[in-house]
Unconditional design. Structure first.
Length: 198
């Protein structure tokens, strides 16, 4: 057997091992992250007032709608692209920043209208703070796509687990400190900030 045949024989095995590691890291981190979040959610539910969840749900209507436009899909296009240049990465990062800054500004404008609609002034304050979530999106979406392209799921797994633990700690700390509905606002901010920083 020639050396080229040996190389060809090793390539599928190497790819198979790479895919197996990727599946283990990705699924493992998702399971651990979900377990941490569920455990903290069950504890926080017992500490917060049901009214807090009602107020949070009001703000979520706006947030979920605008999140559909946050550009995660643009970044995901890098995963399957044949070739990606550094210039394209910089351009996409700039687009994500501009898009998410516009979404944050739009949410700031919608905040008082949502508060009037629900007759809950605090909803406007919540939406103003939650607008910060959009500013973390470019720092999450683009690295996620680039790491997925390289099949580097170990780094993603570490970031997801650390972010889940930090968010759970923030939620529990906020609930115990009596922050009320702000517990539900701050925890996702911590989750996104830690994930973006890593």
């Amino acid at each position: 057997m020639t050396p080229s045949h040996l190389l060809d024989a090793k390539a599928p095995e190497s790819l198979h091992a790479q895919v197996r590691r990727a599946v283990i890291w990705r699924s493992g981190s998702q399971i651990v992250g979900q377990m941490v979040q569920w455990a903290s959610t069950f504890l926080v539910i017992r500490l917060l007032d049901p009214r807090d969840y009602g107020l949070f749900a009001m703000a979520q209507v706006v947030l979920v709608f605008l999140n559909m436009l946050n550009g995660f899909g643009l970044a995901s296009g890098l995963i399957q692209a044949a070739d990606v240049t550094e210039r394209q990465v910089r351009q996409l990062f700039g687009m994500l920043i501009a898009l998410n800054a516009a979404l944050a500004a739009f949410q700031l404008m919608l905040a008082p209208l949502a508060a009037i609609y629900y007759r809950q002034p605090i909803v406007a304050d919540m939406l103003r703070v939650q607008a910060l979530l959009y500013l973390t999106t470019p720092f999450i979406a683009l690295p996620f796509a680039l790491l997925s392209r390289r099949m580097d799921f170990r780094h993603q797994a570490r970031a997801n687990i650390c972010a889940s633990i930090a968010a759970a700690a923030a939620a529990l700390g906020g609930a115990l400190a009596g922050w009320g509905v702000w517990t539900l606002v701050i925890a996702p901010l911590v989750l996104f900030a830690v994930r973006g920083a890593m």
